[in-house]
Ligand binder design. Sequence first.
Ligand SMILES: [Zn+2]
Length: 314
Amino acid sequence: MRHNPLTMKYLLVITMSAFLSITAKASDFPDDLGFKSLFRIDSDSGIKGPPYQKIVDELKELESTFPEIVNVIEYGRSVGGRPLTIVKIQKKLTIEGKLPAIYIGGSIHGDEYLNIEDRLPKWFAEQSEQKGPVGNFLEKGGVIYIAPILNPDGYEKRSRTNDLGIDLNRDFTVIEAQVEGLKQPETSALAFFLEEDLKKEGRKLEITMDYHCCIGALLYPWSFKGPTLPSEQLIKHLNIVEAMKSTVGGEIKSGTTPTILGYSAKGTSKDFYYEHFGATSFTFEGRRNREDKYFDEHTKMWDLILQRFEFTSI
Ligand SMILES: [Zn+2]
């Protein structure tokens, strides 16, 4: 079929306008989820951190300051050969039974560093000696895992993806979304470590929070469809949403990914933690250029969560 040049010109104009309107819309949703990788929109958090090795060295120093409380574990290697590092904070186990675990992760998108995730280990370790909510949680046998930089290659290059160009927050196995993931070393090593370590100590993963940027929102499952959590699960999630709004900021939006962002994402970490471990799980989306100023508010939030959350395993 022969194309009329005028028709072709018209089609080109239509295509260009559609593209521009989509990119304009995408800039309203600067983080995460497809648009950015499709159109290469800059979602850089605007917050620069030290070299990755310095973060690891500081965690090791923390381990030597609190040898009874802090354990720094290399659970694998990234595509680029960097050590994957997780901090485990706990008191010596004196209690038997199914004990609770909390997991916090940062920079799975390497350019979304907030300088909250890497400061939390020190704060939790210092709190272990106080009689506050963190001290109580640890005293009762709770454990806190923190992996501050999940994508060290991306972090060093200020890139969303890993060294193979893969978005790691689409590489988790989520049966409900028909995604078979854990194909990258960064995601598979983390899932394997958590699975084994929780099993070894008979723990239940109760709460997970992955720190991202830059929507200013707290997102809960599912990432790929509307609000369909059973009411008991929904209430648990909403309680944490409330704790965040009253500490980190009332303007923080909350809901499922499609509700807040208008599109869906399959294979995300929070859906994996929710489905696989039965965790109350979140993606926190920080505020561009300034989330690091709210560190104290984040610590207040964790205090409040630990104070209020009804752990099924304590
Ligand atoms: Zn992200």
